[in-house]
Structure formats: structure tokens, C-alpha cells
Ligand binder design. Structure first.
Ligand code: COA
Length: 161
């Protein structure tokens, strides 16, 4: 599905940071503030309203990580998340990164499906990540988030038209 009214662009300095969206994907404001400071944030805009965002962070050695990706609840399920993730992959490749990675919890099966549909493969599990890094317990789909499943996508072999 493609929303022709949607534009994806770098967050303008005059625009307010879309905290609601960022916190939808990651409830720790402290962690979010850290990577928003250093990361590149692109936002999806429909009718002058930010409806989605992602943050790409340089992890060094040719590696970029999508630290946060979120779509406004009213706009979910319309293909925007997929479009945004493909945009993140293209942007990382354009900048010159070799690999892009993304993490999600053991409980987040829709995200795992989406990321694999976009070409990411599971390569590592950060054991107890959510227990060690968040003050409160987090649940998704009624399952406790404990481990972070890391997925990566090699950019060298990808070509875009
Ligand atoms: N099982 C299998 N596939 C699923 C699924 C599920 N439970 N839920 C979604 N998908 C698939 C869709 O079918 C679609 O694939 P298709 O194009 O082949 O049909 C694909 O995932 C993407 O769907 P899309 O409509 O682009 O997703 P979205 O716009 O709703 O965005 C999120 C996805 C995760 C970004 C969005 O739901 C969101 O913002 N969630 C809250 C924040 C969050 O959890 N962020 C990620 C933190 S790790």
C-alpha cells in the first residue's frame, strides 16, 4: 500500500520533536533523549501532520541502527511502517553504511514479522536487555519483554531503482 499524500523528510529544526511517537516505540524518555541527540530523525508527513518517524544512529565501523520507529496509532496497518523502514535502509545505504540493524523484544511478533519482510535477519539476542535497562516491566501482546532480538540487513548486495 502506498500513501501518495505522504512525504518522508528530515525533521526540520523548527518542528517540535514528536515525543508521543518516540515514546510509543520506546517508553524510556532517558534512553530516547540520548539517541535523538546524536541520531538522524526522519518523519513521515501527511497533510502537514507528523504521522510516523524513525531514528537512525551511527554505531561506528559502517554500522547504523534504527533505534526507534513508530507510526501514529490512527495510521497503523496502512503500510507506512514498511515504507519508513525501507526508507531507513535506503538512507543508510546512501550515506555509505555497510550494515543496518534493528532490535525488538521477544514479545513483539508483529515487529519481528515486519523487519524480516523488509530483509532483516536475526543475528543476536541481547539477553535481559529490557530487565536491565528499564525501570518498569514492559509487556507486549501480554508477554513480558525480557530479551532484545537483534536483526541486521547487509546493504552491500542491495540495489534500489
Ligand atoms: N504478523 C505478521 N505480519 C504482520 C503482523 C503480524 N502480527 N503485524 C503486521 N504485520 C505485517 C503487515 O502485514 C505488513 O506486511 P505486508 O505489507 O506484507 O502486508 C507489515 O507487517 C508492515 O505493516 P505496516 O502497515 O507497514 O506497519 P505499521 O504502519 O503499522 O507500522 C509499527 C509498524 C511496528 C512501526 C507500528 O505498528 C508501530 O508504530 N507500533 C508501535 C511502536 C513500535 O512498536 N515500534 C517498534 C519498536 S521495536
Amino acid at each position: 500500500m502506498y500513501n501518495s499524500r505522504m512525504n518522508i523528510q528530515r525533521l526540520d529544526k523548527s518542528q517540535a520533536i514528536p515525543w508521543d511517537l518516540l515514546l510509543l516505540a520506546d517508553p524510556s524518555k532517558k534512553l530516547v533523549e540520548e539517541y535523538v541527540k546524536d541520531g538522524l530523525m526522519n518523519v513521515a508527513i501527511i497533510d502537514n501532520k507528523i504521522v510516523a518517524e524513525y531514528v537512525l544512529l551511527d554505531r561506528g565501523n559502517g554500522l547504523a541502527e534504527v533505534m526507534n520507529i513508530a507510526v501514529d496509532e490512527k495510521f497503523q496497518g496502512q503500510g507506512i511502517g514498511k515504507q519508513l523502514l525501507m526508507h531507513a535502509i535506503k538512507t543508510a545505504k546512501y550515506i555509505g553504511f555497510k550494515i543496518v540493524e534493528i532490535g525488538t523484544s521477544n514479545a513483539s511478533h508483529a515487529q519481528l514479522a515486519l523487519y524480516q519482510k523488509c530483509g532483516f535477519k536475526i543475528y543476536h539476542i541481547k539477553k535481559n536487555f529490557f530487565v536491565d535497562n528499564y525501570d518498569e516491566e514492559i509487556y507486549d501482546n501480554g508477554v513480558k519483554c525480557v530479551d532484545m532480538i537483534m536483526l541486521s540487513c547487509k546493504l552491500n548486495s542491495l540495489s534500489f531503482h
